[in-house]
Design a protein around this ligand. Structure first.
Ligand code: TPP
Length: 283
């Protein structure tokens, strides 16, 4: 059955600031899902807490919104239960690199077949612009009027240090390219991390199209990790595109001996167990 982009629309009104990068991120995500022919009923979207997470009621699909920093484990659970679903974890740089950084690290190590969209606006947006670990060193922010003191984390460097199977970087100012990147991430069998350089007109106006013009450079995917690292560390250019893939790494499920050659999904198998005995034991 053909899918139309309006099937992903909801009637909820947006609470994002005018010009927020989240508008284009949602557009790119919807476009990617439609072009892959995915119906909303075939998609699980796990949302986090924050401005990014406030998009949770503005797109159709099976949606879950959990605790701050936990969109990855909810997504992993959904994927393990039913591999037929396309599973996306949506999260801010704050939730991903502070509250939930353990989930990012172990998700990459385990290589679950899901796609993670990190909205990197370089601040805790919803709580009015506190510093996160991606805020540039020296930048003055709410609570740090004299500028942040520590150096910033480079998301790509962190991800590439963990032997990932997929790392890409998109830009909210280029929804067309971002949509293609998201499609590649969904098609990749493994844990696809997509960092999105996000325009936040209120707290991170330095990521505007005008300012980044000339810095952003589209690149081709490589499986040479040293080359990928070089691109990521470049201070003159911000490389966007699928930056690194390693398709030799098996995804988590394919490594499970006891699930080999199983055609059924856990979500169906669980229906074959009568849990009344367990429940009556508890009474
Ligand atoms: C465990 C926990 N810590 C802190 C908060 C408060 N809090 C709610 S939203 C938010 C900011 C979210 O920032 P980020 O994850 O970067 O997403 P953004 O709003 O920038 O999209 C914070 C700190 C919370 N809800 N739960």
């Amino acid at each position: 059955m053909k899918v139309d982009i309006t099937q992903y629309d909801t009637n909820e009104k947006s609470t994002w600031c005018p010009g927020c990068g989240n508008f284009n991120i949602h557009l790119a995500l919807k476009k990617a899902l439609v072009e892959l022919g995915k119906q909303p009923s075939e998609v699980v979207l796990s949302f986090d807490i924050g401005c990014n997470g406030n998009g949770g009621d503005k797109i159709e699909g099976f949606r879950v919104k959990g605790l701050h920093g936990r969109s990855i484990p909810f997504a992993v659970g959904a994927h393990i239960a039913n591999r037929k679903m396309t599973v996306i974890a949506d999260i801010g740089d704050g939730g991903c690199l502070h509250e939930g950084v353990d989930h990012l690290i172990h998700g990459i190590r385990s290589n679950y077949d899901i796609t993670v969209l990190i909205h990197n606006n370089e601040n805790f947006g919803l709580t009015t612009g506190q510093i996160t670990s991606t805020t540039k060193e020296g930048k003055a922010m709410y609570g740090f009027p004299n500028g942040r003191t520590e150096g910033a984390i480079n998301i790509g460097e962190l991800v590439l240090s963990l032997n990932p199977s997929f790392f890409a970087r998109g830009f909210s100012g280029d929804p067309e390219q971002l949509s293609n990147i998201i499609k590649s991430g969904i098609k990749h069998k493994g844990f696809s991390v997509i960092e999105i350089v996000q325009i936040c007109p209120t707290y991170n106006p330095e990521s505007s199209l005008e300012i980044l013009k000339g810095k952003i450079s589209q690149t081709e995917s490589t499986n040479d990790i040293d080359l990928a690292r070089k691109k990521i560390k470049d201070t003159e250019k911000i490389y966007t595109g699928v930056i690194y893939t390693n398709s030799k790494l098996k995804d988590y499920y394919s490594n499970l001996e006891n699930r080999k050659n199983r055609k059924s999904e856990l979500v169906d198998e669980v229906k074959n167990y009568d849990i009344m005995n367990i429940l009556s034991d508890l009474q």
